[in-house]
Design a protein around this ligand. Structure first.
Ligand SMILES: Nc1ncnc2c1ncn2[C@@H]1O[C@H](COP(=O)(O)OP(=O)(O)O)[C@@H](O)[C@H]1O
Ligand SMILES: [Mg+2]
Length: 266
């Protein structure tokens, strides 16, 4: 039994190099609880994330956005299905290997910043690298710090920084180790529109200028407009996808999804 033509299977890249997705999910299911209280947070999600692509994930509250990100980022495990980060299938890995993948290949930005309050901005940014026992790449670190505009705030503790500055520290922390992919779960959810635009501008530049792969959950059509494509999630499934989104087109699509009349009757 051979697996014929496995090198072309499923890769929809015409005439391009045989790229491997940075991360992908195959028929992912996640069930919480049991019996009557059972919730299918993910109900058969298959999706690929390509190098240098900025993907936004949208959908109503409870549609499974955070669950999907956590499963892709090796922060949670699925009930069934597979997650790949590059060639590594997470479900086949032990704790040690999962820790290494989380540490070396994945960056995560949380809505609530999650900085260590006793550390300075710079110490927060380099913390994952320090924990890993690695030396930071100084040139890259400088690039990241200058891109997020934190050069003159490096000695400040999080409590001495605005929300927007704290989230820019968190973004710099996520990028400092040059991960293969950065996941951001509503990174602008706690920010005003000006600070939010700065964070989004930085994520966009990390993709356009450094080829970073970014996946971002957002409720905000304007935020989604920064992405290269938008996935729409509902009830644990991907129900639509939009390429080259603009805020207006995303808003239009959301109206369609939000309208109660648009929901099929069970
Ligand atoms: N730890 C948990 N225990 C039980 N149910 C959960 C848990 N986490 C999420 N859920 C449920 O799974 C569904 C998807 O949640 P989530 O992924 O957080 O959605 P979103 O991020 O889109 O708001 C929701 O119905 C939620 O209540
Ligand atoms: Mg969520």
């Amino acid at each position: 039994m051979t697996h014929a033509a496995s090198d072309s299977g499923g890769l929809a890249v015409a005439d391009g190099p045989a790229l491997v997705p940075v991360a992908r999910a195959v028929d992912l299911h996640k069930v919480y609880g049991s019996g009557d209280t059972q919730v299918a947070a993910l109900d058969g999600v298959s999706v690929e994330f390509w190098p240098g692509q900025f993907t936004a994930i949208m959908g109503p509250s409870g549609s499974g956005k955070s669950t999907l990100m956590h499963c892709l980022a090796a922060l949670d495990s699925a009930s069934s299905g597979s997650v790949f980060v590059g060639d590594a299938e997470l479900t086949r890995l032990g704790d040690k290997e999962l820790t290494r993948i989380r540490r070396d290949r994945i960056g995560f930005v949380f809505q609530a910043f999650n900085l260590v309050p006793t550390l300075t901005a710079l110490e927060n940014i380099t913390l994952p690298i320090d924990i890993a026992g690695r030396k930071p790449n100084q040139a890259w670190l400088d690039t990241v710090i200058d891109t997020v505009g934190l050069r003159n705030r490096l000695d400040h503790k999080p409590s001495q920084l605005s929300g927007g500055q704290q989230q820019r520290v968190a973004c710099a922390r996520a990028l400092a180790g040059r991960p293969d992919i950065v996941f951001a779960d509503e990174p602008t959810g706690n920010l005003d529109s000006v600070a939010g635009a700065e964070v989004l501008g930085f994520l966009r530049r990390s993709v356009s200028e450094f080829g970073q792969t970014v996946v971002m959950v957002t409720h905000d059509p304007n935020a989604a407009g920064y992405a290269d494509r938008v996935l729409f999630l509902a009830d644990g499934r991907i129900v639509d996808e939009m390429a080259q989104p603009t805020a207006d087109r995303v808003l239009d699509r959301m109206k369609h999804f939000d309208a109660p009349a648009a929901r099929p009757k069970g």
